[in-house]
Design a protein around this ligand. Structure first.
Ligand code: B1M
Length: 218
């Protein structure tokens, strides 16, 4: 069987050790890290997301899958980071308050790092004050917020309001994403952009930074 298919199947089955070994083998065979991520790890995770949605998989199995995904990503992440050293801008990213989902947010962070951006990852369950502290400390160009629950996506608005209160809103762009998020929601809460997946997030960040720099140069 194709090694990338093997990785996808091991992720779907929640086999942490087998995923780790298959990813190590793929790296040793010279398969590009980007292919291992997209055609192996993400391909497997997409199948799981669909099965969970349709009730063919349950939480304990999904937890095992998350462990396998993490094991694979631990190996691939430094390789993606190595592909581009020059920083094109800084992004502070986190999953909002009350939300522990981090697989998608981690993918966005990895893809941004791979594309040459500096990424400060605040992790999961990030409260508004933590985002504010990070903006004051890190001076990022962009804040990225992720939410996977309809009950937690509301906290994105709270972060934007906190930025406004602190007079920081003009200093930083805000992008949002996650399964329940839409372009309409981004407009409603006055975010600067929405991305449906990690690759689109990279394009969005590039576009926002280019427009900021073009405005600054005028
Ligand atoms: Co949870 N979960 N979960 N879960 N989980 C969902 C989100 C759910 C849709 C499943 C379902 O019922 N069909 C549902 C939410 C329902 C809703 O709110 N409408 C749900 C629920 C209910 C829950 C719990 C409440 C379950 C419970 O305990 N009863 C609980 C909540 C815990 C908490 O957060 N407080 C819970 C727990 C968990 C696990 C811990 C078991 C595990 C998370 C493990 C982890 O992340 N470390 C888990 C998982 C894995 C899922 C599903 C199956 C898969 C999510 C995922 O990783 N997808 C999910 C079902 C689904 O999404 N269909 C589900 C793969 C990932 C690559 O995609 O995260 O969408 P995604 O990220 C994409 C894009 O959205 C986008 O790019 C990413 C890459 O392409 N993106 C961004 C994401 N963030 C972005 C940010 C950006 C831009 C793009 O800019 C900054």
């Amino acid at each position: 069987m194709d090694l990338l298919q093997d990785i996808a199947l091991n992720v779907q089955s929640g086999y942490t050790e087998k995923t780790r070994k298959a990813v190590e083998q793929a790296v040793a065979e010279g398969i590009p890290a980007n292919d291992i991520l997209h055609k192996g790890l993400i391909a497997g995770m997409n199948v799981v997301a669909e099965r969970f949605k349709t009730g063919q998989m349950f939480l304990p199995e999904v937890l095992a899958v998350a462990g396998a995904m993490k094991a694979g990503m631990t190996i691939v992440r430094p390789l993606l980071e190595m592909t581009n050293h020059e920083s094109l801008g800084k992004i502070v990213i986190g999953t909002v308050r009350g939300d522990m989902h981090d697989i998608g947010k981690n993918l966005v962070a990895i893809m941004l790092q791979g594309a040459g951006f500096d990424v400060v990852d605040l992790g999961t369950d990030v409260r508004a004050d933590k985002f504010i502290e990070a903006v004051e400390r890190e001076h990022p160009d962009i804040i990225g917020m992720s939410a996977l629950l309809t009950t937690t996506m509301v906290h994105m608005k709270g972060v934007i309001e906190a930025l406004e209160k602190k007079n920081l809103r003009e200093k930083v762009k805000v992008i949002i994403g996650g399964a329940p998020i839409s372009r309409n929601y981004a407009q409603e809460i006055r975010a600067d952009g929405y991305a449906r997946d990690a690759a689109t997030a990279v394009d969005l960040v590039r576009t926002l930074l280019n427009s900021t720099r073009a405005t600054a140069a005028v």
